[in-house]
Design a protein around this ligand. Sequence first.
Ligand code: HEM
Length: 281
Amino acid sequence: MASSPVPDRDAPERARLDFTRRLSYGDYLHLDALLGAHQPVTDAHDEHLFITVHHVSELWLSLVVRELRAAMEQLAAGITDAPLKGLTRVVRAQEQLTAAWEVLKTMTPADYLQFRWAFGEASGFQSAGYRMVEVLLGNRNPTFLKPHAHRPDLYGPLDAALHAPSVYDLTLRLLARRGLPIPAEVLERDLTRPHEAHAGVLEAWLTVYRDPERYWDLYELAEKLLDVEDNFRAWRFNHLTTVERTIGLKRGSGGTSGAGYLRRALEVVLFPELWEVRTHL
Ligand code: HEM
Protein backbone atom coordinates (compact mmCIF):
# COMPACT_ATOMS: atom_id res chain seq x y z
CA MET A 1 0.00 0.00 0.00
CA ALA A 2 1.40 3.40 -1.00
CA SER A 3 2.03 5.61 2.00
CA SER A 4 0.23 8.93 1.88
CA PRO A 5 2.44 12.00 2.24
CA VAL A 6 2.68 13.15 5.85
CA PRO A 7 2.08 16.87 6.17
CA ASP A 8 5.09 18.64 7.66
CA ARG A 9 3.49 19.72 10.93
CA ASP A 10 6.75 21.21 12.15
CA ALA A 11 7.16 23.58 9.21
CA PRO A 12 5.98 26.75 11.00
CA GLU A 13 8.20 25.95 13.98
CA ARG A 14 11.20 25.62 11.71
CA ALA A 15 10.56 29.03 10.28
CA ARG A 16 12.68 31.75 11.85
CA LEU A 17 10.57 33.26 14.63
CA ASP A 18 12.97 35.45 16.56
CA PHE A 19 13.86 38.78 14.98
CA THR A 20 15.36 40.50 17.99
CA ARG A 21 18.72 40.72 16.21
CA ARG A 22 17.81 39.98 12.62
CA LEU A 23 16.45 41.99 9.75
CA SER A 24 12.76 41.12 9.40
CA TYR A 25 10.43 41.51 6.43
CA GLY A 26 8.92 44.69 7.83
CA ASP A 27 12.33 46.15 8.69
CA TYR A 28 13.72 45.52 5.21
CA LEU A 29 10.69 47.11 3.53
CA HIS A 30 10.41 49.95 6.08
CA LEU A 31 6.76 49.10 6.45
CA ASP A 32 6.40 51.37 9.49
CA ALA A 33 7.32 54.34 7.30
CA LEU A 34 5.31 53.11 4.31
CA LEU A 35 2.11 52.35 6.20
CA GLY A 36 2.73 55.24 8.58
CA ALA A 37 2.48 57.58 5.59
CA HIS A 38 -1.15 56.56 5.36
CA GLN A 39 -2.77 59.31 7.42
CA PRO A 40 -6.44 60.01 6.71
CA VAL A 41 -7.63 63.40 7.93
CA THR A 42 -11.28 62.36 8.35
CA ASP A 43 -13.19 59.31 9.59
CA ALA A 44 -14.74 58.85 6.14
CA HIS A 45 -14.48 55.19 5.15
CA ASP A 46 -13.41 55.90 1.55
CA GLU A 47 -10.57 58.28 2.36
CA HIS A 48 -8.52 55.16 3.07
CA LEU A 49 -9.18 53.89 -0.47
CA PHE A 50 -8.44 57.32 -1.96
CA ILE A 51 -5.07 57.55 -0.20
CA THR A 52 -4.18 53.92 -0.99
CA VAL A 53 -4.78 54.32 -4.73
CA HIS A 54 -2.70 57.51 -4.80
CA HIS A 55 0.13 55.92 -2.82
CA VAL A 56 0.18 52.80 -4.98
CA SER A 57 0.11 54.95 -8.14
CA GLU A 58 3.04 57.04 -6.92
CA LEU A 59 5.06 53.88 -6.25
CA TRP A 60 4.40 52.63 -9.78
CA LEU A 61 5.23 56.06 -11.21
CA SER A 62 8.53 56.02 -9.37
CA LEU A 63 9.31 52.60 -10.88
CA VAL A 64 8.36 53.88 -14.34
CA VAL A 65 10.75 56.84 -13.94
CA ARG A 66 13.58 54.54 -12.90
CA GLU A 67 13.03 52.13 -15.79
CA LEU A 68 12.64 54.92 -18.33
CA ARG A 69 15.87 56.54 -17.17
CA ALA A 70 17.76 53.24 -17.44
CA ALA A 71 16.35 52.58 -20.93
CA MET A 72 17.26 56.13 -21.97
CA GLU A 73 20.84 55.73 -20.79
CA GLN A 74 21.12 52.61 -22.95
CA LEU A 75 19.60 54.36 -25.95
CA ALA A 76 22.04 57.25 -25.51
CA ALA A 77 24.86 54.69 -25.63
CA GLY A 78 23.51 53.35 -28.93
CA ILE A 79 22.12 50.12 -27.44
CA THR A 80 18.76 49.00 -28.84
CA ASP A 81 18.01 45.53 -27.42
CA ALA A 82 18.45 46.08 -23.65
CA PRO A 83 16.03 49.06 -23.50
CA LEU A 84 13.27 46.78 -24.75
CA LYS A 85 13.35 44.92 -21.45
CA GLY A 86 13.02 48.11 -19.39
CA LEU A 87 10.34 49.52 -21.67
CA THR A 88 8.38 46.27 -21.39
CA ARG A 89 8.49 46.71 -17.63
CA VAL A 90 7.20 50.26 -18.07
CA VAL A 91 4.33 48.92 -20.17
CA ARG A 92 3.43 46.34 -17.48
CA ALA A 93 3.61 48.96 -14.72
CA GLN A 94 1.33 51.22 -16.77
CA GLU A 95 -1.19 48.38 -16.87
CA GLN A 96 -1.12 48.28 -13.07
CA LEU A 97 -1.58 52.06 -12.94
CA THR A 98 -4.61 51.84 -15.22
CA ALA A 99 -6.08 48.85 -13.33
CA ALA A 100 -6.09 50.95 -10.15
CA TRP A 101 -8.96 53.06 -11.55
CA GLU A 102 -11.25 50.03 -11.30
CA VAL A 103 -10.80 49.97 -7.53
CA LEU A 104 -11.25 53.73 -7.20
CA LYS A 105 -14.38 53.70 -9.35
CA THR A 106 -16.21 51.86 -6.53
CA MET A 107 -16.23 55.22 -4.72
CA THR A 108 -19.43 57.21 -5.35
CA PRO A 109 -19.68 61.04 -5.40
CA ALA A 110 -21.36 60.91 -1.98
CA ASP A 111 -18.46 58.84 -0.57
CA TYR A 112 -15.96 61.32 -2.01
CA LEU A 113 -17.75 64.39 -0.67
CA GLN A 114 -17.33 63.10 2.88
CA PHE A 115 -13.61 63.87 2.79
CA ARG A 116 -13.16 66.20 -0.22
CA TRP A 117 -12.73 69.21 2.12
CA ALA A 118 -9.75 67.57 3.82
CA PHE A 119 -7.19 68.02 1.03
CA GLY A 120 -7.94 71.62 -0.01
CA GLU A 121 -6.04 72.55 -3.17
CA ALA A 122 -3.90 69.41 -3.34
CA SER A 123 -4.23 67.69 -6.74
CA GLY A 124 -2.50 65.06 -8.87
CA PHE A 125 -1.60 68.06 -11.04
CA GLN A 126 1.15 68.59 -8.47
CA SER A 127 2.50 65.03 -8.74
CA ALA A 128 6.25 65.36 -9.35
CA GLY A 129 6.43 61.66 -10.25
CA TYR A 130 3.80 62.00 -12.96
CA ARG A 131 5.43 65.16 -14.33
CA MET A 132 8.78 63.40 -14.52
CA VAL A 133 7.21 60.59 -16.56
CA GLU A 134 5.71 63.18 -18.92
CA VAL A 135 8.99 65.08 -19.27
CA LEU A 136 10.96 61.90 -19.97
CA LEU A 137 8.38 60.83 -22.56
CA GLY A 138 8.52 64.27 -24.18
CA ASN A 139 5.31 66.05 -23.11
CA ARG A 140 7.08 69.22 -22.03
CA ASN A 141 5.89 72.56 -20.72
CA PRO A 142 7.94 74.56 -18.17
CA THR A 143 4.70 75.82 -16.54
CA PHE A 144 3.95 72.31 -15.26
CA LEU A 145 7.15 72.43 -13.20
CA LYS A 146 6.14 75.57 -11.30
CA PRO A 147 4.25 73.81 -8.47
CA HIS A 148 7.67 72.39 -7.48
CA ALA A 149 9.63 75.67 -7.56
CA HIS A 150 9.67 75.79 -3.73
CA ARG A 151 11.18 72.27 -3.57
CA PRO A 152 14.68 72.28 -5.12
CA ASP A 153 14.95 68.52 -4.53
CA LEU A 154 11.96 67.97 -6.85
CA TYR A 155 12.40 70.94 -9.18
CA GLY A 156 16.12 70.32 -9.87
CA PRO A 157 15.73 66.84 -11.42
CA LEU A 158 12.57 67.89 -13.31
CA ASP A 159 14.31 70.95 -14.76
CA ALA A 160 17.40 68.92 -15.68
CA ALA A 161 15.19 66.36 -17.47
CA LEU A 162 13.36 69.18 -19.26
CA HIS A 163 16.66 70.37 -20.74
CA ALA A 164 17.81 66.86 -21.68
CA PRO A 165 16.61 64.70 -24.60
CA SER A 166 13.38 62.72 -24.20
CA VAL A 167 13.14 59.01 -24.93
CA TYR A 168 11.91 59.92 -28.43
CA ASP A 169 14.76 62.42 -29.00
CA LEU A 170 17.23 59.68 -28.10
CA THR A 171 15.49 57.24 -30.44
CA LEU A 172 15.66 59.74 -33.32
CA ARG A 173 19.35 60.34 -32.60
CA LEU A 174 19.84 56.61 -32.81
CA LEU A 175 18.16 56.55 -36.22
CA ALA A 176 20.49 59.33 -37.36
CA ARG A 177 23.51 57.34 -36.13
CA ARG A 178 22.25 54.43 -38.26
CA GLY A 179 22.38 56.64 -41.31
CA LEU A 180 18.68 57.49 -41.53
CA PRO A 181 18.27 61.14 -42.53
CA ILE A 182 16.79 62.84 -39.46
CA PRO A 183 16.60 66.60 -40.19
CA ALA A 184 19.08 68.80 -38.27
CA GLU A 185 16.32 71.07 -36.93
CA VAL A 186 14.76 68.02 -35.25
CA LEU A 187 18.04 66.91 -33.70
CA GLU A 188 18.77 70.45 -32.48
CA ARG A 189 15.25 71.38 -31.39
CA ASP A 190 14.34 73.35 -28.24
CA LEU A 191 14.18 70.48 -25.74
CA THR A 192 11.98 72.37 -23.30
CA ARG A 193 9.03 72.05 -25.73
CA PRO A 194 7.29 68.97 -27.14
CA HIS A 195 8.62 67.41 -30.34
CA GLU A 196 6.55 68.48 -33.34
CA ALA A 197 5.65 66.12 -36.15
CA HIS A 198 8.11 66.47 -39.03
CA ALA A 199 7.84 65.07 -42.57
CA GLY A 200 11.55 64.16 -42.53
CA VAL A 201 11.10 62.02 -39.41
CA LEU A 202 8.07 60.34 -40.97
CA GLU A 203 10.20 59.52 -44.03
CA ALA A 204 12.86 57.92 -41.80
CA TRP A 205 10.27 55.77 -40.01
CA LEU A 206 8.76 54.79 -43.35
CA THR A 207 12.17 53.43 -44.36
CA VAL A 208 12.24 51.35 -41.16
CA TYR A 209 8.64 50.14 -41.42
CA ARG A 210 8.96 49.22 -45.11
CA ASP A 211 11.94 46.99 -44.39
CA PRO A 212 11.52 45.55 -40.87
CA GLU A 213 13.99 42.70 -41.43
CA ARG A 214 16.79 45.13 -42.17
CA TYR A 215 15.95 47.50 -39.31
CA TRP A 216 14.51 44.92 -36.91
CA ASP A 217 15.84 46.45 -33.66
CA LEU A 218 14.61 49.96 -34.56
CA TYR A 219 11.27 48.52 -35.67
CA GLU A 220 10.87 46.66 -32.35
CA LEU A 221 11.85 49.76 -30.41
CA ALA A 222 9.30 51.86 -32.29
CA GLU A 223 6.52 49.36 -31.57
CA LYS A 224 7.50 49.30 -27.89
CA LEU A 225 7.33 53.09 -27.72
CA LEU A 226 3.90 52.90 -29.29
CA ASP A 227 2.85 50.44 -26.54
CA VAL A 228 3.99 52.98 -23.95
CA GLU A 229 1.99 55.79 -25.55
CA ASP A 230 -1.01 53.51 -26.03
CA ASN A 231 -1.00 52.69 -22.31
CA PHE A 232 -0.43 56.31 -21.36
CA ARG A 233 -3.58 57.21 -23.28
CA ALA A 234 -5.50 54.42 -21.55
CA TRP A 235 -4.45 55.75 -18.12
CA ARG A 236 -5.47 59.30 -19.08
CA PHE A 237 -8.82 58.18 -20.45
CA ASN A 238 -9.62 56.16 -17.32
CA HIS A 239 -8.61 59.07 -15.11
CA LEU A 240 -10.98 61.35 -17.02
CA THR A 241 -13.83 58.83 -16.73
CA THR A 242 -13.20 58.40 -13.01
CA VAL A 243 -13.15 62.18 -12.57
CA GLU A 244 -16.40 62.61 -14.51
CA ARG A 245 -18.16 59.95 -12.42
CA THR A 246 -16.89 61.45 -9.18
CA ILE A 247 -17.06 65.24 -9.61
CA GLY A 248 -18.91 65.71 -12.91
CA LEU A 249 -18.00 69.10 -14.38
CA LYS A 250 -16.83 70.74 -11.14
CA ARG A 251 -13.47 72.52 -11.13
CA GLY A 252 -10.48 70.49 -10.03
CA SER A 253 -8.93 70.90 -6.58
CA GLY A 254 -5.77 72.05 -8.41
CA GLY A 255 -7.66 74.96 -10.00
CA THR A 256 -8.16 73.78 -13.60
CA SER A 257 -11.55 73.39 -15.31
CA GLY A 258 -11.39 69.72 -14.27
CA ALA A 259 -12.83 67.28 -16.83
CA GLY A 260 -12.44 69.88 -19.62
CA TYR A 261 -8.72 70.23 -18.89
CA LEU A 262 -8.24 66.46 -18.74
CA ARG A 263 -10.19 65.95 -21.97
CA ARG A 264 -7.85 68.36 -23.79
CA ALA A 265 -4.87 66.42 -22.43
CA LEU A 266 -6.18 63.37 -24.32
CA GLU A 267 -5.13 65.15 -27.52
CA VAL A 268 -1.43 65.09 -26.60
CA VAL A 269 0.59 62.96 -29.03
CA LEU A 270 4.03 61.93 -27.82
CA PHE A 271 5.43 60.11 -30.85
CA PRO A 272 3.41 61.57 -33.75
CA GLU A 273 5.31 59.97 -36.64
CA LEU A 274 4.90 56.49 -35.14
CA TRP A 275 1.14 56.87 -35.43
CA GLU A 276 1.27 58.59 -38.82
CA VAL A 277 3.54 56.03 -40.41
CA ARG A 278 0.66 53.53 -40.44
CA THR A 279 -1.38 55.68 -42.78
CA HIS A 280 1.37 55.63 -45.39
CA LEU A 281 2.21 51.94 -45.44
C1 HEM B 1 -11.72 60.49 -7.53
C2 HEM B 1 -10.44 60.65 -7.68
C3 HEM B 1 -9.82 61.73 -8.50
C4 HEM B 1 -10.35 62.91 -8.92
C5 HEM B 1 -11.75 63.47 -8.68
C6 HEM B 1 -9.30 63.58 -9.66
C7 HEM B 1 -9.46 64.81 -10.27
C8 HEM B 1 -8.49 65.44 -11.00
C9 HEM B 1 -8.67 66.71 -11.68
C10 HEM B 1 -9.98 67.50 -11.73
C11 HEM B 1 -7.49 67.03 -12.27
C12 HEM B 1 -7.17 68.28 -13.07
C13 HEM B 1 -6.27 69.20 -12.27
C14 HEM B 1 -7.00 69.93 -11.16
O1 HEM B 1 -7.54 71.01 -11.39
O2 HEM B 1 -7.05 69.39 -10.02
C15 HEM B 1 -6.57 65.96 -11.97
C16 HEM B 1 -5.27 65.90 -12.40
C17 HEM B 1 -4.42 64.87 -12.16
N1 HEM B 1 -4.68 63.76 -11.39
FE1 HEM B 1 -6.43 63.25 -10.61
N2 HEM B 1 -8.19 62.80 -9.69
C18 HEM B 1 -8.46 61.66 -8.98
C19 HEM B 1 -7.60 60.62 -8.75
C20 HEM B 1 -6.28 60.57 -9.15
C21 HEM B 1 -5.38 59.50 -8.85
C22 HEM B 1 -5.68 58.23 -8.08
C23 HEM B 1 -4.20 59.83 -9.40
C24 HEM B 1 -2.98 58.98 -9.32
C25 HEM B 1 -1.77 59.44 -9.24
C26 HEM B 1 -4.36 61.11 -10.06
C27 HEM B 1 -3.39 61.79 -10.74
C28 HEM B 1 -3.57 62.98 -11.41
C29 HEM B 1 -2.55 63.59 -12.21
C30 HEM B 1 -1.16 63.06 -12.48
C31 HEM B 1 -3.10 64.77 -12.71
C32 HEM B 1 -2.43 65.76 -13.69
C33 HEM B 1 -2.85 65.38 -15.09
C34 HEM B 1 -2.36 66.37 -16.15
O3 HEM B 1 -1.91 67.47 -15.82
O4 HEM B 1 -2.44 66.00 -17.34
N3 HEM B 1 -5.65 61.52 -9.89
N4 HEM B 1 -7.20 65.01 -11.21
